[in-house]
Design a protein around this ligand. Structure first.
Ligand code: SF4
Ligand code: SF4
Length: 276
């Protein structure tokens, strides 16, 4: 079973919830936040495998090209441009879709590959961990996310999604059987939570909500859950001790007080998402 952990915005505690719940549920941890994969800072797995993520880009054979411009007109991503007697490629805009090769009547296009990131795999405390890392300056995270989720095991996989509701999140949700939405009890948190709720509803993914930094009052998120009949899996109370442990890069689950919280949340996840 694949459980996606997402949040409408960054800074809600999504990675804190993902890493600690992975330990509480004894689930595999997969960090899809490939632009800023920070889950390993806390889990500190021993990395035993690295794989390069490659994407294809077109290479034009000048001996065969007659500069007709058909490939330029076909490229929907504006990755090709005709400049005098030259076809220029802006390789970071290329999605490797293959359309330019199909329309070239002169067989002047071949493909080459370039590296845009890597996948790291390892383990810690009997859980498997993997993360994707997008190279600095690369604009397209999706190929790394796709590769990362390519061969998920049949065990419980906790997928730490990128923040927000962009196409990176949509791609991280592709294999999700259920979702946990992490939010904080503020108007800003609620605003972005609503977008995340819309997203998981659109894909018919069963979900529940965890409130982080909860003020233990009847706050805006709790009212929203009641009104919309959304299941509140549980809460993590606001605490300075939590922030101190987090800032030191420590795993909250190692602390007795926090272990109790995450064990309760993992029980809630099992009940709410009908997993056992
Ligand atoms: S379609 Fe082929 S021949 Fe025409 S400009 Fe592109 S590469 Fe050259
Ligand atoms: S492979 Fe697709 S995205 Fe890349 S240059 Fe060709 S048409 Fe454009």
């Amino acid at each position: 079973m694949n459980i996606a952990v997402l949040s409408g915005k960054g800074g809600t505690g999504k990675t804190t919830v993902s890493t600690n719940l992975a330990l509480a549920l004894k689930a595999n941890y997969i960090d899809c936040d490939v632009e800023e994969p920070n889950g390993f800072l806390f889990l500190k797995p021993k990395i035993d495998k690295e794989e390069r993520v490659m994407v294809e880009y077109p290479v034009i054979d000048d001996d065969k090209c007659n500069y007709c411009g058909a490939c330029v007109n076909e490229c929907k991503f504006n990755a090709l441009a005709k400049v005098n007697h030259d076809i220029m490629l802006f390789e970071k805009l290329c999605h490797g879709c293959g359309a330019c090769k199909i329309v070239c009547k002169y067989n002047a296009i071949n493909y080459n590959k370039r590296e845009i990131g890597k996948i790291e795999k390892g383990n810690v405390r009997d859980i498997n961990c993997r993360r994707g890392i997008l190279n600095i300056g690369e604009p397209m995270a999706v190929p790394v996310i796709r590769e990362l989720l390519n061969d998920l095991s049949n065990e419980i996989n906790l997928i730490d999604c990128p923040p927000g509701t962009s196409c990176n999140v949509v791609n991280s949700l592709k294999h999700a059987d259920a979702a946990i939405l992490v939010t904080e009890p503020s108007e800003f948190g609620l605003h972005d939570l609503k977008m995340a709720v819309e997203l998981v509803k659109r894909y018919n993914i069963p979900f529940g909500i965890i409130i982080n930094k909860d003020d233990e009052k009847d706050n805006v998120v709790k009212k929203y859950c009641r009104e919309e009949e959304i299941i509140l899996i549980g809460t993590i109370p606001y605490s300075k001790d939590t922030a101190v442990l987090y800032s030191k890069g420590e795993i909250l689950y190692d602390d007795f007080y926090h272990k109790t919280i995450f064990d309760k949340l993992s029980k809630g996840v099992k009940e709410v998402l009908s997993w056992n």
